[in-house]
Design a binder for this molecule. Structure first.
Ligand SMILES: *[C@@H]1O[C@H](CO)[C@@H](O)[C@H](O)[C@H]1NC(C)=O
Ligand SMILES: *[C@@H]1O[C@H](CO)[C@@H](O)[C@H](O)[C@H]1NC(C)=O
Ligand SMILES: *[C@@H]1O[C@H](CO)[C@@H](O)[C@H](O)[C@H]1NC(C)=O
Ligand SMILES: *[C@@H]1O[C@H](CO)[C@@H](O)[C@H](O)[C@H]1NC(C)=O
Length: 304
């Protein structure tokens, strides 16, 4: 009963084995989820007298001709091996059978990074951009979900369950964004989550990218763009307020229809008493656009 006998048994197992119900082999546990480099130990038990019971695996193969149980044990699992198989050769029919261990060796990604595709610098409101999330060295990819967050809100998730690879791979996901001005300063993040089932770690392990700070350019906008009519009353202050929102911050210039109006400051608001009656045009501009707004200042005589 040497090597030849074992070879014969293995050959029998390959060709005539049954598995599942009636196999009389029980794996404890039947599914194992192991982190890269962690120990693993699974026992295979025969429920009736057995001639040979063993584990077929490229590492830690083992067999027994005495016992009703045999253990597959690795101190630090770092090999992307095929799932080990427990086989039994029995005295009575069915004489051979085997159970494959449901083994998941996982590895959290080395890195998760996020960047815009073909673009640098601020985005412009209303235009479409692509953000790319890249995940390096993850396994098994079919358990991976990539979640995209804007601030605290999940905006998109990408599952890779249609892929099959037990060894580490690199994957990526693209998020299409059309930013609005409200998204200026928003932070995008990408989170890689490994959902490995009830046998896996709880909560599922995650790796989060550095945030991508969105800078969104938008043209100057007045609170109310309509012309304003103001009465100039001697002794009372009036303010022409041209403040506009915009990114980059708008710069202002003023023009007056009154030729003797002295030089005006390049500020968002003009305040009497330096104002004379006339029509004032304020221009708020940034790198995207110039916007103008009119103020009509009327002289008002006391008592009228
Ligand atoms: C990005 O630019 C490269 C080279 O200019 C081009 O081949 C690629 O198609 C572009 N990708 C996208 C998504 O526009
Ligand atoms: C992915 O997002 C969809 C909606 O966009 C949601 O219904 C689904 O539950 C999410 N999937 C996961 C795994 O979170
Ligand atoms: C992004 O914004 C956060 C908070 O506003 C800030 O702490 C961080 O330094 C910014 N990151 C970059 C790359 O600008
Ligand atoms: C002009 O209006 C803006 C926005 O309404 C306000 O924040 C600002 O204080 C006003 N400026 C003056 C000088 O009144």
């Amino acid at each position: 009963m040497g090597n030849n006998f074992l070879k014969w048994i293995l050959t029998l197992c390959m060709f005539y084995s049954v598995s599942g119900e009636g196999c009389s082999l029980i794996l404890k546990p039947s599914r194992v989820v192991v982190g890269f480099g962690e120990p693993v130990s699974v026992s295979c038990e025969a429920t009736r007298p057995v001639r040979v019971l063993g584990w077929e695996s490229v590492i830690s193969a083992a067999h027994t001709q005495r016992d009703l149980s045999v253990r597959w044990k690795v101190d630090s699992l770092i090999d992307w091996i095929e799932e080990p198989i427990c086989y039994g050769v029995f005295f009575t029919a069915p004489r051979q059978c085997e159970e494959k261990l449901n083994l998941v060796l996982y590895k959290t990604p080395d890195s998760v990074s996020i960047r815009p595709v073909n673009h640098t610098g601020p985005m412009v409101e209303g235009k479409e951009y692509q953000l790319l999330c890249e995940v390096q060295n993850i396994a098994p990819v079919q358990y991976l979900t990539l979640r995209w967050y804007k601030g605290q809100t999940e905006v998109y998730n990408h599952s890779f369950s249609d892929l099959t690879s037990s060894s580490p791979v690199q994957v990526s996901s693209i998020l299409m964004v059309t930013p609005t001005k409200a998204e200026n300063g928003a932070q995008y993040r990408c989170v890689a989550e490994l959902e490995l089932g009830p046998e896996g770690p709880q909560p599922p392990p995650t790796v989060t990218s550095e945030p991508l700070n969105a800078s969104v350019y938008f043209p100057p906008m007045f609170l109310s763009p309509e012309p304003e009519v103001l009465d100039l009353i001697v002794g009372a202050d009036i303010t022409l307020n041209c403040t506009a929102t915009g990114n980059p911050t708008p710069v202002y210039s003023w023009q007056s229809s009154n030729p003797i109006q002295e030089r005006m400051e390049d500020e968002a608001a003009l305040t009497s008493p330096s104002l004379l009656p006339g029509t004032y045009t304020c221009t708020a501009s940034n790198t995207l656009e110039k916007k103008s707004k009119q103020f009509i200042v009327k002289a008002k005589t006391k008592g009228v």
